[in-house]
Design a protein around this ligand. Structure first.
Ligand SMILES: *Cc1c(COP(=O)(O)O)cnc(C)c1O
Length: 407
């Protein structure tokens, strides 16, 4: 769903919960990210309900949205956190997460990050190479720790049906360890006296449309785990898909949950959803700067670019675009482009939109995941503010960067 119970037109104004979006941007300006905390709570709740048979412990993937109010909201709702850097661990702790509710993943953890994770007491480290295991063992010894919980990340050599940049489980991907290496490590426990290899981790990609690849990967994992009774926990990663287009309905989770529950009965299960919790809870508001008709096309130039939202340029991703004031005019084919000096800086190609004019405000929908966290200062553009809405209240959670912040 692109519109939902929290983000929809009310009296012809795009509204987040009880707040008219235009009243927010009139104060904070554009571009601005705006998130609905109610929608985030709803998404977590619906995910928990759909996955109830799995009894999974949910760890929100901080790289999807690292806003502190978003993280606090999820912590209050009982979520843990999946972090992929020292910076993300810091954010999760800052948001009040208990260290044991944090899992730390990543292909290339630095020594400093491993040390920070160990000294903070994170619940799990998801390891992806042998050199890393040696570092963790050495640092556990230094810190005098006896049993650091480690999950070994399996590369199941399964290709997910998603954008190639979002597939992480095929044999040629840099992620994870092969089955054989994981077997060797588990048979070699005496080399790692301070590590407790109690889990296997799996994450084959994001925006996973069909569950067949997930189940194939899970079956490979189970064939491995069955030989090692010390494995008590299976972490299935994230990747649950969301709808980015009008009329698109993501597949129901219940059938997948039933299959997973049947297979994982003897295990504790962790999941690391990111996108599915925050994507449709956020919008990015832009203002139309200019309209230019050229070479038979209509270019609408807005104050949002690939620096603030890189997904269209990076993945060819589709974000619906709607005006803040509901329009009923006949639509025209439009190129919505940003100001950045790159031909890839196109937010929407050949999109049928109502006629727009300078000063109009539009929303890029479903921008709550991998939006602000992927924003950059390219072209020396200050990153936008993040506003959160909670019922009829709203506040600036993170202020707009100033140009002086960038030097
Ligand atoms: C990115 C990532 C996730 C979250 O993926 P979503 O598609 O946002 O749910 C979970 N686990 C790991 C290891 C990741 O890298």
């Amino acid at each position: 769903m692109v519109f939902n119970a929290s983000i929809r037109y009310l009296h012809e104004r795009l509204t987040i919960d009880d707040v008219d979006l235009e009243s927010i941007v009139n104060e904070v300006g554009t571009p601005a990210y705006v998130y609905s905390l109610a929608r985030i709570r709803d998404n977590l709740g619906r995910l928990k309900a759909a996955l109830a048979p799995v009894h999974a412990c949910l760890h929100f993937s901080v790289k999807a949205n690292g806003n502190l109010d978003v993280l606090r909201t999820l912590r209050d709702a009982g979520a843990g956190f999946d972090c992929v850097s020292g910076g993300e661990i810091f954010r999760a702790l800052k948001a009040g997460a208990a260290a044991e509710d944090i899992v730390f993943a990543g292909v290339g953890k630095t020594r400093a990050e491993i040390e920070y994770a160990i000294n903070s007491g994170v619940g799990w480290i998801n390891a992806e190479n042998l050199g890393e295991l040696a570092h963790i063992e050495a640092m556990a010894a230094e810190a005098g720790l006896q049993a650091v919980q480690v999950a070994l990340r399996l590369n199941p050599q399964v290709t997910a049906n998603t954008h190639p940049y979002m597939a992480t489980g095929h044999g040629a991907a840099k992620f994870g360890l092969t089955c054989d290496v994981i077997r060797q490590v588990l048979n070699d426990q005496q080399r790692y006296p301070r590590l407790d290899f109690a889990g296997i981790h799996l994450h084959i990609g994001s925006q996973l449309g069909d569950s067949a690849a997930t189940l194939a990967a899970l079956d490979k994992l189970l064939a491995l785990a069955r030989d090692f009774p010390q494995i008590t926990t299976i972490n299935l990663g994230g990747g649950l898909p969301v709808a980015y287009r009008f009329g698109e309905v993501p597949p129901a989770l219940e059938p997948l949950a039933a299959e997973v529950a049947r297979r994982l009965k003897p295990y504790s299960v962790l999941l690391e959803p990111g996108r599915s919790i925050v994507a449709d809870a956020g919008v990015l508001v832009a203002e139309v700067l200019y309209v230019k008709r050229q070479a038979g096309q209509t270019f609408v130039i807005v104050d949002v670019s690939m620096a603030e939202l890189i997904r269209p340029a990076l993945y060819g991703a589709h974000h619906e675009i709607v005006p803040l004031r509901q329009a009923y005019d006949e639509t025209i084919s439009t190129q919505v482009v940003g100001p950045v000096c790159e031909s890839a800086d196109v937010l929407a190609r050949d999109r049928d939109l109502p006629p727009l004019k300078p000063g109009d405000k539009i929303a890029l929908m479903t921008a709550g995941a991998y939006g602000m966290t992927m924003a950059s200062n390219y072209n020396a553009r200050p990153r936008p503010p993040e506003v959160v809405v909670d019922g009829d209240r709203w506040w600036v959670s993170r202020r707009r960067e100033a140009i002086t912040d960038m030097i």
